[in-house]
Write a protein that binds this ligand. Structure first.
Ligand SMILES: Nc1ncnc2c1ncn2[C@@H]1O[C@H](COP(=O)(O)OP(=O)(O)OP(=O)(O)O)[C@@H](O)[C@H]1O
Ligand SMILES: [Mg+2]
Length: 256
C-alpha cells in the first residue's frame, strides 16, 4: 500500500504572499484526509496545485509514485485525480442519470490514452451510472431534471458524477457547504463509505464532519502545515486550538 499522493515542499507564491509554503503531505491509499485551517490558510490553493489548476512555484506533486508536477488538469483527471468542482457543470435540463452518463463517457473517451482503461460497453456504462446513484443515495432522483433537485441532492449528484469518473483520488472542497444539518450528517456517512475504494482529500469547515470521517487531519496555517494526525490528536493539539479559537477552547467534539 504505498502513498497515493505525496507533495514535497510544495509551494505557491502570489507576489510577496506565500499562499502555500513547503507543504509535505503523504496520503495513504484508501485514506480519508481532511485539510483544515482558518480562512486564507491556503487550502484551496493547495487543491489547485494538486489538481494542476495552478503550477507550483516550488516543490513536487507525486501521484501513485509518478511525478505529475506541472501536468494539466485534464491529464491528471485521466490519471484518476478528480476534483468535485471540475465536474460540477451540471446540465439543469438533463436528468441526474444523463448527467452522470456524460461523466462515464467522458472517462471512456480517455481509454485511447496510455493511462486509460479498457473500453466500456453500454451495459457497463449503465451499471456505473446506477452504482454512482445508489452510492450517493439518490437513485430515486435518477429521472428528475438536475435543475429541479434540492441544493443538497444537487451536491450529491455532483459527487455521484465525480464517482462515475472512477477516481483514484477524489478532492472535495467543502462538500457539505449549504446543506442542512441532517443532509450534512447523511453526506458525511456517504463520504466515509467511498473509502477505501477511493482515496479522499476533503477541505471542510464543519468540524463535526471533519472529526467523524477523517483518518487523519492536516492543519494549514498561513500556507504552512501546522499539525497533522488523527482526529483525537488534532483536537487536543495546543497550536491548533490557538489558531482556531485563540486558545480559549478545544476544537469542538462532535460527540458533545
Ligand atoms: N489567484 C490568487 N492571486 C492572489 N492571491 C491569491 C490567489 N488565490 C489565493 N490567494 C491568496 O492566497 C491565500 C490563500 O488563499 P486560499 O484561497 O488558498 O485559502 P483557503 O484556505 O482556501 O481559504 P477559505 O477557507 O477562505 O476558502 C489568501 O491570502 C488568498 O488571498
Ligand atoms: Mg478555500
Amino acid at each position: 500500500m504505498g502513498a497515493v499522493l505525496e507533495t514535497r515542499a510544495l509551494s505557491r507564491r502570489f507576489g510577496g504572499l506565500a499562499a502555500v509554503s513547503g507543504v509535505n503531505l503523504t496520503v495513504a491509499r484508501g485514506e480519508v484526509r481532511s485539510i483544515i485551517g482558518p480562512n486564507g490558510a491556503g487550502k484551496t490553493t493547495l487543491f489547485n496545485l494538486i489538481t494542476g489548476a495552478l503550477p507550483p512555484t516550488a516543490g513536487r506533486v507525486i501521484f501513485q509514485a509518478r511525478d505529475v508536477t506541472g501536468l494539466r488538469p485534464a491529464d491528471l483527471f485521466r490519471l484518476g485525480i478528480v476534483r468535485s468542482f471540475q465536474v460540477s457543470h451540471v446540465f439543469p435540463r438533463l436528468s441526474a442519470w444523463q448527467n452522470i452518463e456524460l461523466m462515464v463517457y467522458g472517462r471512456v473517451r480517455s481509454s485511447s490514452s496510455p493511462f486509460g482503461r479498457a473500453r466500456t460497453t453500454a451495459a457497463e456504462a449503465r451499471a456505473r451510472v446506477a452504482r454512482a446513484l445508489a452510492r450517493l443515495g439518490i437513485a430515486e432522483r435518477a429521472r428528475e431534471p438536475a435543475g429541479t433537485l434540492s441544493h443538497g441532492d444537487r451536491r450529491l449528484l455532483e459527487i455521484a458524477m465525480a464517482i462515475a469518473a472512477e477516481p483514484v483520488l477524489l478532492l472535495l472542497d467543502e462538500p457539505t457547504a449549504g446543506m442542512s444539518p441532517e443532509e450534512t450528517r447523511a453526506t458525511a456517512t456517504l463520504l466515509r463509505g467511498l473509502a477505501p475504494e477511493i482515496t479522499l482529500v476533503i477541505v471542510e469547515h464543519d468540524m463535526s464532519v471533519v472529526m467523524s470521517i477523517s483518518d487523519r487531519i492536516s492543519v494549514l496555517h498561513r500556507g504552512e502545515l501546522l499539525a497533522e494526525g488523527p482526529p483525537a490528536e488534532i483536537r487536543r493539539n495546543r497550536a491548533v486550538q490557538e489558531v482556531y479559537l485563540g486558545g480559549s477552547a478545544a476544537v469542538p467534539d462532535p460527540r458533545c
